[in-house]
Design a protein around this ligand. Sequence first.
Ligand code: ATP
Ligand code: MG
Length: 360
Amino acid sequence: MSLDLGFLFGNKKLPLVGVDISSSGVKLVELSEAGRNEFRLERLASEPLPRGAVVDGNIENIEQVSEAVRRVWKKSGTRAKHVALGMPPASVITKKIVLPGGLNEDELEVQVESEASQYIPFALDEVSLDFDVIGPAPSAPEDVEVMLAATRKEKVEDRVAVAEAAGLKPIVMDIESYAARAVVDRLAERPAKGGQGQIVALFQIGAQMTHVSMLLDGQAVYEREQPFGGNQLTQEIVRAYGLSFEDAESKKKTGDLPDGYERELLHPFLENAALEVTRAIQFFFTSTPYTRVDHIYLAGGCAVLPGLVELVNERAQVPTSVFSPFEGMQLASGVREKQLRAEAPAFLVACGLAMRRFDQ
Ligand SMILES: Nc1ncnc2c1ncn2[C@@H]1O[C@H](COP(=O)(O)OP(=O)(O)OP(=O)(O)O)[C@@H](O)[C@H]1O
Ligand SMILES: [Mg+2]
């Protein structure tokens, strides 16, 4: 076992773009620094993936995915060859452990490896392991708390292979949910976003999956994935109007569908989505000590479906809004605001990955 490409917590200040690879497509974001903790959105682009190329976060077809990465990179106009990639949270095991303080990096690594073997259900030589010292342990200040992250080597290697085949160089490997959280954190520091002691529920409603995180002061106190997403609505459209999947996808976005679509297909889907949200919140209450959610954010491609925010707000009885990762950022002249409004919530993970460029 080594840290070959296991630098899940890498931090480099090179020009770098965030590339999010997920089931509906590949998304790219490039940010630049426009002051202290202020960013400018330089560019964003996305490319759809053929169905089946990425399933449940696993890359099933390296060639198709690397082709899409190559296209999105070209289309974006960026020149940065260094990329930050994300790993799906389900493929990464994370664990906080406590180790004696005062160890040097090598000693830490040895300790981490021996601790890790207790938590990881695979042979250690099949694993990419990384760790990050969080700080003094709350229980014993002479000890340190260390966050351990482990993933199957082949999962990391698939992503690296995709980027390299597209002519890019992956230098940061993050966990998708961490990337998303970094964006929420940045905005939570703004006074209008609540702040201390608030429980924020973040729902990323994608194509296949809905990722739920409950955040308390930037810490995830609960995380879960539910098999629910926009593909279900697309499939309904395919079935009802005899369209191809690709046509159904694009007409879903423009709303260019026959009368009756809203009542017969869209509204039932929105009700299901709202039910997923309220059920997830109930689960959260029954499986944790928490009894309250102060705000719901909707992100992922489905967040912009007309009427969803209002319905979730009504069903959950919790203030709800669409989460826009680029809020408060300056926009480069090439970024169209209209496009941004429709697409920004789907770029949450890509934005978080792009922010890794500025890690201290
Ligand atoms: N403007 C839009 N209007 C309606 N639906 C949209 C819009 N944009 C994207 N979607 C839907 O959002 C879904 C894709 O969302 P997203 O890009 O967050 O998913 P993903 O991360 O690729 O999927 P997953 O996380 O499930 O692997 C698709 O079902 C797509 O049809
Ligand atoms: Mg997603």
